[in-house]
Design a binder for this molecule. Sequence first.
Ligand code: ACO
Length: 446
Amino acid sequence: MTQPSSTATAAALDEGNGSMTLSAPASGGSWDMQIFPGTEGPSVIDVRRLYADTGLFTYDPGFTSTASCESKITFIDGDEGVLLHRGYPIEQLAEQSDFMEVCYLLLHGELPSPKQKQEFEHAITYHTMLHEQMLNFYRGFRRDSHPMAIMCGVVGALSAFYHDSTDINDPYQRMVAQHRLIAKMPTIAAMAFKYSIGQPFVYPRNKLSYAENFLHMTFSVPAEDYQPNPVLSRAMDRILILHADHEQNASTSTVRIAGSSGANPFACIAAGIASLWGPAHGGANEAVLMMLEEIGHKDRITEFIARAKDKNDPFRLMGFGHRVYKNYDPRATVMRKSCHEVLDELGSRDEPLLALAMELERIALEDEYFVEKKLYPNVDFYSGIILRAMGFPTSMFTVLFAMARTVGWVAQWTEMIEDPNQKISRPRQLYTGPVRREYLPIDQRS
Ligand code: ACO
């Protein structure tokens, strides 16, 4: 990167007055900027007029200090390890609520009354089937396709089938699209799994809960009766709650950016799924299991910890660290407890990978490098172990994450569309490439 050419100093930060003055000694200029407070968390400096007033852009690759939007949905205090949805702590929602209620809360801002909950559940339940022609899409994929590849494709293709819910300017169509996406995602995910193992697709059952229905479509076969295990259904529901939203993460920001151009909601969610797939984001739970398998034995933990600390080695401790949490991820605490419950229920309390994970966590949390950099287990550290115990292959882990996060994406997309200040997202850049030069015909180049 180029060296700074001059420095601008914040001469006066007056939070009481809600303003900040920026001075640039080189030009002798001075500009006032407003500060907007949030209900929780840091205030923001309004830089919207910065370029018009000063000719300067801000520079913040990875958005480490940039609020890209105003939102009322989710709040995270990464230093304290706090996660609130519409003000409610994630621990309370995971313990006392259920996924359908959390969906309603994220979408509508308040917990539902009994009648509202019943109506919402009904609306979701009666959108779970896929258009029958969509099944042809699955058959076009290679048998060994990653289910995330299938999910990206099939979700994007929803816009080709549900034309009556793609008009983003119609509130009714937006609502139908919300319901369809939340309702069809488990069906799409389960079918991706069935296709990959060569079993027949299983259609949804309306009498089952959201989590039970997903387990039914994933694990039942037409030849047998299937009764969802209540402990596993509850654990599944909790996993969905824990992944439902996480404010402006990479995939959610992707959904917002895609949607800011006016793209239809199905296309936007497909973009979010693509972003989630990466190992630094939703792909981490799959990466955690692969890492634990690679470590293989407690005796090798120190070797891998040393690799994670070695700047010349690209290896990172998967499931550790987070852009926002500099404390224990509160979702990881719930997930850890759930992991024990599931393994107890399945009689696999002695699952060697769990023992290995707990030992790895213990050693890392005592290691100076991880302590100093505030690297704690994140939600993905334990989720993979539960999912594997429940019978999911690792390739399905991120698919489950996408299924759960769909409500968050949809809620954030809706909030953006309904925001009167909404503009197409169009970041600026610091250009450091060649300055203008004249084209040289190929026969004149050496
Ligand atoms: N193992 C070893 N070192 C790490 C790890 C890790 N898991 N995570 C961060 N660090 C180190 C970095 O090397 C860096 O060190 P440096 O300051 O000496 O250069 C420092 O900690 C800060 O890390 P950044 O990469 O700058 O932090 P950032 O906020 O950009 O990254 C991320 C966060 C991507 C989650 C990172 O911690 C990581 O790669 N973790 C492993 C993957 C993972 O678990 N992802 C799941 C995230 S949760 C989710 O998406 C649901």
